[in-house]
Design a protein around this ligand. Structure first.
Ligand SMILES: [Mg+2]
Length: 470
């Protein structure tokens, strides 16, 4: 698990500029986790939350994690990106009790016969979860098949998971090599020195997993595995992620400073998930997962953006974080807003500059449940007036919503459609209408007056009125 994350982070800066040497700094200021880590955490989350290993819940988990981290370093591979963000849709028309019709849009995501190395890069948690090799390979196949249902895509996930299982259960390198060669027909006979000269960018499982295993087999400890894997080149973050995930299981030892370097690049939700996985799986065998500190660091370094009010509020909130018992899970907004590329600071910078460019509307200007039909708009919808009240009273979310309104109001005289696309301008209107209902004569009324002719969203008002009658 953490081994995979470290491999991904170390390889991240060499993905598009390969170096064919083992002599390089393991971490630079630009090293960061990529899509490999995000999806590794998604699989771990799925295993912890769904003991039945239902493929549909895995699909939902992948989409959820991708929505939280829509633009990780390096981005998502083309086919997977399309599967995540451009699903096929089907419209179902439902007749309401009052006779009116409502269209519900279902997102359909089918496997796309991929043999890409994505199924292997995200599988490390499977290798640590189960009591038997058979179970490990069975779940690795489920894990791969929701997207990578090509035989090579499944094989790559199974071989990586099996190698982790065998390594963590005390098998020798000779035994691991022999099993992988005979079970999966991978050729592991070449050395790193023989592979390196002609090895190039290779996004397939069959082209990535065998050299990744060879780098592990040739290594003498975890760090030397990182160096050998990066030195091969190719799809460097993924190859090193796979290689290091096996090396971690075999050596069960990672230098403290390497753990610290990777750990400080992880957002808080990933830290928590890793600790949970450590507690609830065979991963408890390793002893280098940092213990929970009593107070959260001021700001994750990957956020890289500071503002005095932001830090003040974040610190204020972080002290209360573990004690928060909001029945509404307002943390989902805080987490989404923490994203480096499409979080709160990006949204604020864009609105301040007068042009919305990236995708964050759902968790920055949340609207009432029942208005949006897509996954994100539903997940980040507000259930009613009480949740809206708690949102405004939240020590981070409330002030941030007002700060966003102020940024909008700095463009008084401009049309809101010039600042945000039409559909987003409508969402801002419905969001303002909702918060105006729980805090009248506030800045939300001012936004409605300035940009919407003082005219609230009728649909939001109707839904609120309907729900008050129930
Ligand atoms: Mg990557």
């Amino acid at each position: 698990m953490l081994g995979a994350i470290i491999g991904d982070t170390v390889g991240s800066v060499y993905e598009f500029s390969n170096i064919k040497t083992t002599k390089f700094p393991l971490f630079s200021p630009f090293s960061n986790f990529t899509d490999d880590s995000v999806m590794t955490f998604a699989v771990a989350d799925w295993l912890l939350n769904d003991p039945s290993q239902n493929p549909n819940s895995l699909i939902g988990t992948f989409v959820h994690f991708a929505n939280k981290y829509p633009c990780p370093m390096g981005g998502y591979g083309g086919g997977f990106h399309n599967w995540l963000f451009n699903p096929t849709t089907e419209v179902e028309t439902v007749i309401q009790p009052d006779g009116s019709k409502q269209n519900i849009i279902h997102e359909i995501r089918k496997p796309y016969n991929s043999w890409g190395n994505g199924s292997a890069m995200r599988t490390s948690a499977v290798g640590w979860m189960f009591d038997s090799l058979e179970e490990t390979e069975r779940v690795a196949e489920i894990q791969a098949s929701v997207t990578h249902n090509h035989p090579e895509g499944i094989k790559g996930a199974q071989a990586t998971s099996a190698a982790i299982f065998l390594a963590r259960t005390g098998k020798s390198k000779a035994e691991i090599k022999q099993y992988i060669e005979s079970r999966f027909s991978y050729d592991l006979s070449k050395t790193c020195d023989e592979i390196r000269p002609s090895y190039h960018f290779e996004p397939s499982c069959q082209g990535t997993v065998p050299p990744a295993i060879v780098a592990f087999l040739e290594s003498s400890d975890f760090e030397s595995c990182l160096r050998l894997a990066v030195s091969l080149g190719g799809d460097c973050d993924t190859l090193t992620c796979i290689s290091a995930s096996i090396a971690e299981a075999f050596y069960k030892s990672i230098p403290d400073w390497v753990v610290a370097e990777a750990w400080k690049r992880l957002p808080y939700d990933f830290e928590s998930l890793l600790r949970r996985f450590h507690k609830l799986s065979h991963y408890k065998q390793v002893d280098y997962i940092p213990k929970e500190s009593t107070s959260k660091p001021e700001e994750s370094p990957r956020t890289g953006k500071t503002s005095s009010i932001g830090n003040l509020l974040d610190n204020l909130f972080s002290n209360k974080k573990e004690k928060s018992s909001s029945e509404y899970d307002l943390d989902r907004f805080v987490k989404a807003q923490a994203d480096q590329y499409s979080g709160y600071y990006t949204a604020l910078a864009e609105i301040t500059a007068g042009l919305k460019q990236s995708h964050w509307i759902w968790y920055i200007f949340p609207q009432l449940k029942g208005l949006g039909k897509t996954y994100r708009s539903q997940y980040y919808s507000i259930s009613g007036l009480d949740e809206a009240r708690q949102y405004l009273a939240h020590p981070v979310l409330g002030p941030r919503l007002r700060e966003m309104c102020n940024a909008l109001l700095s463009h008084e005289g401009k049309s809101v459609q010039a600042i945000a696309p039409r559909i987003d301008a409508l969402k801002i209107r419905s969001s303002m209408t909702l918060f105006d209902q729980v805090s009248p004569n506030d800045i939300f009324a001012e936004v409605l007056e300035t940009f919407y002719d003082d005219s609230p969203d009728p649909q939001t008002l109707k839904l609120l009125s309907d729900s008050s009658k129930q």
